[in-house]
Design a protein around this ligand. Sequence first.
Ligand SMILES: [Cu+2]
Length: 378
Amino acid sequence: MRNLGVNKWIFAVASLLSSVAAWAEYNLNLQTPHTLLGQKIYDLHTIVTIICVIIFVGVFGFMFYAVFHHRKSVGHKAAQFHENTAVEVAWTLIPFVILIALAIPATGTLITMRDTTEADITIKATGYQWKWGYDYLKGEGASISFYSTLSTPRAQIDGDDVAGRQANPHYLLETDNNVVVPVGKKIRILTTAADVIHAWYVPALSVKQDAVPGFIRDTWFKAEQPGIYRGQCAELCGKQHGFMPIVVEVMTAEKYTAWVASQQTKAVAAKVDPDKNWTLAELKTQGEKVFGQNCAACHQATGMGVPGAFPALSGSKVVNGPQQDQIKLLLNGKQGTAMNSFKHLSDVELASVITYTRNSWSNHTGEAISSASIKAQR
Ligand SMILES: [Cu+2]
């Protein structure tokens, strides 16, 4: 019987050790900061932790020493006294001094964190269920604007491509459009949200700011080296909260200027598009992409939805009914349901996604929706 007990212990220790490899992936400390302010925050955290440990060891050490040496079994008699001015002054003053000593560097750092004045570039980050929208408002690149959605393939997430997932170092931390900024410049981020509260969080840049519907909050960072810094939405915001990453790409000034130019060319190219006459096949191909990024999370790639939560679009009366009604639903959303307005999509994107739903799965309307009819109903 005793042997069995020992075996159990060996088993427990062995299984603990075998998971050490898995632990190695987790960090106990904050991520390495890549901004000067981040370094200050990091150091402050280290100092406060050390002071806490010293106080902990001091207080508990003294307490255990007192309990052990003055125990009844060695014949110690409790001293009976009341009020000791020296002790009372000491236990008021010492914590007071410790608090002040911590408050001075903490306040300095906090004030720097909140100082968003004199930014070189201002970018608005808007949280959506479940993606981020970015509008460059001020500084080089002003008027650039795009959406940034998760780019990890659906198959890796759903477990249909486990090998792909294991080989992907940026699983759930990659986007189709990264936030691009120049190195060494003060970047001010305004945060807000279109539906529920989200939070813009990039640990290596030491920024974390709630994005609240109806409010604008701000934060800033100044990256010291070019690189790619990854973060996530940090406010539980619904079913796909874990699927709205943030990727900040810090570039040299020259590369940034080139990026700005390429974005502006792209924007001009996109503006020409609406007048183009798209064929049904072209719209469908484009629409499948738009659907994957904006609709599949709820209505599913199979068009079958999720029974009880999200209706199937395959065989839907709305999708197979008058096109005006479906356009109206997408432009306005449906109040009180998870079906939000998609009017932030362009005319072409809406025309293509509607064409896609009307000609996929069991739907065969044969209709190509023109971007002009979206424009007319806006
Ligand atoms: Cu979120």
